[in-house]
Design a protein around this ligand. Structure first.
Ligand code: FES
Length: 273
């Protein structure tokens, strides 16, 4: 596995300062995970959540027969406003849904898409799970660390890039994959990954390999909260490797069996009774 850097103390803005020193390297094979990280910074009191945000949070809750089902998209809206999940965001969600803050923070600290520290303008995630790792993901991640001078879950001093190693993105056929604000960069290379982050930092328009333009973290999180930006159909939703089986089946005249003719395990166990 790539050598991973310990997260360093964050400034109030959440940015890591200073150069990366070799003494901060963690030994081979030692992987810091999301769950090793400190929990939310509960002492942070400043917030951007105002009455307008509360109205939007309430509008998300109103979409569901059981309002508590809205918690996940509501937390994405909190992130789009605050850059991460904050105590004020947790309290707002809890108030609106009639939940305890412990219930909400339990959810917010379980799922890795919810961030405990401020995220930069672009969240760059590199898959370092087995398949991507052996296909070059470890090298991509390691090169980005060197190039950006930051460790895992840290943000560049200009606030542009937050780097994180991710677990499987369910795009193993495109390994190794990198995501920028959840848009896929398939079959990436260390060089290509560095070019992408350089272009983003330079303010250039960047498109993911599947066609979609990369937007800011705040914009992407707002879409995940259920406020479409009209770009859902930008770019294809799958690539040639994902469709390979379909192409082979087409060439050979294969088709899926009629579900009515498929015996399930339950059917066969019934017959043996
Ligand atoms: S292992 Fe990287 S997408 Fe599955």
């Amino acid at each position: 596995m790539a050598e991973l850097l310990e997260p360093r103390p964050q400034t109030p803005g959440g940015h890591a300062g200073g150069d990366v020193g070799s003494e901060e390297l963690v030994g081979h094979g030692e992987m810091k995970t999301y769950f090793d990280e400190p929990s939310l910074e509960y002492e942070v009191t400043e917030t951007l959540i105002d009455d307008g945000v509360r109205e939007e949070l309430a509008s998300i809750a109103a979409r569901y027969p059981q309002p508590r089902s809205a918690l996940l998209p509501m937390l994405h809206l909190v992130q789009s406003v605050e850059g991460r999940v904050t105590p004020a965001g947790i309290e707002a969600c809890a108030d609106l849904l009639g939940l305890s803050t412990a219930d909400v923070s339990g959810v917010a600290t379980f799922y890795t898409m919810y961030k405990r520290r401020p995220v930069g303008k672009y969240h760059v995630g590199v898959c370092t799970t087995s398949l991507c790792a052996v296909m070059g993901g470890d090298e991509v991640y390691s090169r980005l660390q060197e190039h950006l001078g930051i460790g895992n879950d840290e943000t560049t001093e200009d606030g542009a890039i937050t780097l994180e190693h991710l677990e499987c993105n369910a795009a193993c056929d495109m390994a190794p994959v990198m995501m920028v604000n959840w848009e896929f960069f398939d079959q990436t290379t260390p060089r290509r990954a560095c070019e992408v982050v350089d272009a983003l930092r330079a303010g250039e328009e960047v498109s993911a390999t599947r066609g979609a333009r990369v937007v800011t973290w705040q914009q992407a999180e707002r879409v995940l909260a259920g406020f479409p930006d009209g770009r859902a159909d930008e770019g294809p939703t799958s690539g040639p490797t994902s469709q390979l089986g379909l192409r082979i089946a087409g060439e050979r005249g294969w088709s899926a069996p009629d579900p009515a003719d498929v015996r399930t395990t339950d059917d066969s166990s019934e017959e043996t009774k």
